[in-house]
Design a protein around this ligand. Structure first.
Ligand SMILES: Nc1nc2c(c(=O)[nH]1)N[C@H]1C(S)=C(S)[C@@H](COP(=O)(O)OP(=O)(O)OC[C@H]3O[C@@H](n4cnc5c(=O)[nH]c(N)nc54)[C@H](O)[C@@H]3O)O[C@H]1N2
Ligand SMILES: Nc1nc2c(c(=O)[nH]1)N[C@H]1C(S)=C(S)[C@@H](COP(=O)(O)OP(=O)(O)OC[C@H]3O[C@@H](n4cnc5c(=O)[nH]c(N)nc54)[C@H](O)[C@@H]3O)O[C@H]1N2
Ligand SMILES: [Mo]
Length: 766
């Protein structure tokens, strides 16, 4: 493995993607299985790619991307984590290994129990594992001492059964990866338009005149989105990117599935305009654009011309324009320019594109949702769209681009710590048993409850909370404080080794694998970012006879804990059609669920806002009128740092899927063979008396006196606004204070962490 930093000159995609895919698919121990799997990815009779939540283009023969191929091959590995492996590796020893090492060991193969006395995981039968869970749960003083975490890969069927299990037990404690991810989108959109989901469908991307992409790196995280953006750019659609970094995927793309683009030097320009705001500066940037649109509108009206606002839409459908206009008028250009880091001239260019386009889509991801004022920022993006009625029309709307492949579906079917009363009423009526009404814990609250000893049992349906959550040492203490931690997982990860006093690993089948139950082969369903629900059926043979489906595992736990008085859990695990019948009976939009899945490509759940039905308190789409935050970092923190503060964003490299590290390269950012790097502007490097290649430690500065520090990072000069720096997650998670969360979203502020950077000696082993 050669470590080097070498700026990448090519387009995103292209031969680099093809050769990386080939290396990943053929370089593994199961190339034939990988190819068979890939041919069935995102096909009508195949499985939904577990990579991301972007929608499927129907009728395409190949429907996967480089990073989808990695996710699929990674799951298909023939390597297994056997009892012999655990005999050879104590938990203490495993704790000292890297995340890459842990996941690289292969698929979890048998249920395992952590014998604390011996310090090793040992095999346990499924029955004994379920009995242990039942003993702990039935011994709790209160159902809210249980935390049920979900990561967004779980199917609709598994997630629905899981929430039914939790609520039948008596708790709404459903912390989930969404709380660390797109929560702000759900909160802001629900306030503004009455539904916490995007309003567009995939075909809208073909009809838009302008697409504004905020805080998102599709070249790595949603590569199939580049196809939509490329096609739009070819049709003359303006693509305006707002990103703290110059991401290659937003600049240029060569489609590895297009012979013309591969064989000629003809790649596609993606963005027509590219702006690099300061971290957290997007709300100010959008406010600047809105200010210009409102000014131009007023001038046009004065000259007797038609204005720029969609006055019919505003009058009929919205509330709060006057307050919003007053707030915009009260926001000074000075504040807008300082906070956004963009000049008035730049914002004018952006506003001109917006104002001259008939149909505009705004998309966004983590660069928008992981700040303190994320809810207000998404309200501001919505305000901009409301001004010109850019919603509910073909080619126009709002599009939060989700992360995990079924994170949206999980929320739809009830993974929600604050469920609405109507849903609970329906569950109660249908299952003829009371449902808990107390709001539950989100991810940060769950960690705090475990730290405080209020929560005693932690069960995770997938994911890797120990590495994904903020304040890593605090999260580790929280897990260690639990009487029992249970991980339903495909691969070994940090959460298995940072475990509770007692701990279980329950190995499950993956999305790509055949799932055969008593009634025969099963399929599951998922919902993508565009509210399309469709079936997904695995094609690969399971690797171990001991692995069970997520649904079967949940049913087994529920049966052991609750018995089958009000729900026949085993019957549901035997035949997932029956779970879908319950979903159809309790969730609006899923009527005749099983029948509608027969349509190739699935069905559209619909979006009330896209139909101009506003399920808000006042029955209107609401303008928000939050002022810009007075400062992006608390003033007390800035004062503590005495002028030496940097703002850190923690982001993904090209070779990772969240906490799963596939490799050590970040090709488009020119980083090879390493992950411990910090991207800094050359002036910022100089200002700190540093040089490129120096080793530094990063020290968190926060309102509390907790020491937060990580070391061994190499300085890399990069095109990033001075004062802002970037490094990879999860290595930087120890720097994110548990209680630095978004207003109204409670999402850790992983994209704006105040830190100091201090030179250190070269690490001994480099
Ligand atoms: N291959 C792969 N695919 C994935 C994932 C993965 O890890 N690997 N993760 C999945 C998940 S769960 C998610 S949520 C998504 C994440 O998808 P992204 O949101 O694309 O993920 P990040 O790497 O966090 O990238 C954040 C982007 O926002 C920019 N940014 C950061 N802060 C700001 C800001 O304040 N303003 C602006 N304008 N830009 C900013 C960063 O420069 C970066 O380009 O991807 C999903 N798909
Ligand atoms: N600092 C910082 N922290 C962040 C972020 C950030 O940008 N910066 N991003 C946040 C975001 S957006 C998210 S979504 C979270 C992600 O948080 P999580 O969803 O908790 O983490 P993942 O890394 O996606 O989980 C990987 C593990 O899931 C298990 N797994 C994989 N496939 C399956 C399956 O099919 N079934 C089951 N049961 N298990 C499976 C494997 O054991 C694997 O080790 O992290 C968040 N944390
Ligand atoms: Mo995410």
């Amino acid at each position: 493995m050669t470590r080097k930093i070498k700026p990448y000159q090519g387009p995103a995609g292209g031969w680099g993607a093809l050769s990386a895919t080939t290396r990943f698919v053929f370089g593994s121990q199961q190339p034939a299985a990988n190819i068979r799997n890939l041919l069935r990815a995102n096909q009508v009779k195949g499985f939904d790619c577990p990579g991301c939540a972007w929608g499927d283009e129907q009728g395409k023969h190949f429907s996967f991307c480089e990073n989808g191929a990695k996710a699929i091959s990674w799951e298909a590995t023939t390597k297994q984590v056997t009892p012999a492996f655990f005999r050879a590796h104590s938990v203490g020893k495993l704790q000292r290994q890297s995340d890459y090492f842990l996941e690289y060991q292969g698929r979890l193969e048998q249920p395992m129990y952590l014998n604390r006395e011996r310090g090793h995981y040992e095999p346990i039968s499924w029955e004994n594992a379920f009995a242990l869970i039942a003993r702990h749960l039935n011994g709790l003083d209160h159902p809210d001492q249980l935390e049920l975490y979900t990561s967004g890969r779980a199917s609709n069927e598994a997630a629905y059964l899981y929430q039914l299990f939790g609520r039948s037990f008596g708790t709404n404690n459903f912390p989930d990866c969404s709380n660390l991810c797109h929560e702000a989108s759900g909160v802001a959109l629900t306030q503004a338009i009455g539904v916490g989901k995007g309003t567009v469908t995939l075909s809208d991307f073909e009809r838009a005149d302008a697409i504004l992409v905020f805080g998102q790196n599709p070249g790595t995280n949603h590569p199939r989105m580049l196809h939509s953006l490329r096609n739009a750019a070819h049709n003359g659609t303006a693509i305006v990117s707002f990103n703290n970094l110059k991401e290659r995927g937003l600049e240029r793309f060569a489609d590895p599935q297009s012979p013309l683009e591969m064989l000629t030097p003809k790649d596609s320009r993606i963005s027509s305009h590219y702006f690099c705001p300061r971290l957290g500066g997007d709300m100010a940037a959008v406010r600047g654009m809105a200010k210009l649109v409102l000014e131009w509108d007023a001038e046009a009206l004065k000259r007797g011309k038609p204005g720029l606002l969609d006055r019919d839409f505003i009058a009929q459908h919205t509330h709060g324009l006057e307050d919003y206009m007053a707030t915009v008028a009260a926001t000074s250009w000075q504040q807008i320019e300082v906070q956004s880091g963009l000049s008035r001239a730049e914002l004018r260019q952006a506003a001109e594109v917006y104002a001259s386009a008939e149909r505009v889509i705004c998309t966004w991801a983590m660069g928008i949702t992981q700040h303190k004022h994320s809810v207000a920022t998404i309200r501001e993006i919505t305000n901009l769209q409301l001004l010109r009625g850019q919603l509910g029309r073909p080619g126009a709307g709002l599009c939060p681009v989700r992360g995990h492949s079924n994170v949206q579906g999980n929320r739809t079917v009830g993974i929600n710590e604050q469920p609405d009363a109507a849903f609970l009423d329906r569950l109660q009526q249908h299952f003829k048993q009371p449902m808990p009404r107390r709001p539950g814990h989100n991810a940060v609250a769950a960690i705090q409850a475990m730290l405080d000893g209020e929560a005693k049992v932690f069960i995770a349906l997938g994911g890797n909370i120990a590495a994904a959550a903020p304040d890593t040492p605090a999260t580790a203490r929280a897990l260690a404080n639990c009487d029992l931690t249970v991980q339903i997982s495909t691969k070994l990860n940090r959460s298995h080794v940072m475990a509770g006093k007692e701990a279980l690993i329950l190995p499950c089948l993956g999305r790509t694998e055949e799932d055969v139950q008593a009634s025969g082969p099963q399929f599951i369903t998922v919902e993508d970012s565009f509210s399309m629900v469709h079936a997904s059926q695995g094609v690969a043979k399971p690797k171990s006879p001991h692995q069970r489906s997520e649904t079967a595992i949940i049913a087994g736990m529920a049966q052991a804990v609750l018995g089958n008085k009000s729900v026949d859990w085993q019957a549901l695990a035997n035949n997932y059609d029956l779970i879908r019948d319950h979903i159809a009976a309790t969730l609006p939009g899923f009527e005749q669920f099983n029948e509608r899945l027969q349509q190739p490509g699935g069905f559209y759940l619909g979006n009330s806002a896209a139909r101009y039905q506003w399920q808000t308190g006042n029955g209107k789409a609401n303008f928000g009128s939050d002022p810009l935050p007075a400062s992006l970092i608390p003033e007390a923190v800035t004062a503590k740092a005495q002028g030496m503060l940097s703002t850190l964003q923690t982001l993904r490299s090209h070779d990772q899927y969240n906490t799963t590290i596939y490799g050590m390269d970040d090709r488009y950012r020119g980083v090879y063979g390493q992950r411990m790097v910090i991207f800094m502007h050359p002036d910022e490097i100089k200002r700190r008396g540093l040089q490129e290649g120096d080793w530094v430690e990063l020290i968190g500065v926060w309102l509390d006196d907790v020491e937060r520090k990580v070391g061994g990072f190499k300085v890399v000069a990069y095109d990033i606004p001075p004062g802002d720096v970037a490094a990879y997650y999860p290595e930087t998670n120890p720097l994110v204070p548990l209680h630095s969360v978004g207003d109204g979203s409670h999402t850790p502020t992983s994209k704006s962490i105040p830190i100091l950077i201090r030179k250190q000696d070269a690490p001994r082993i480099i």
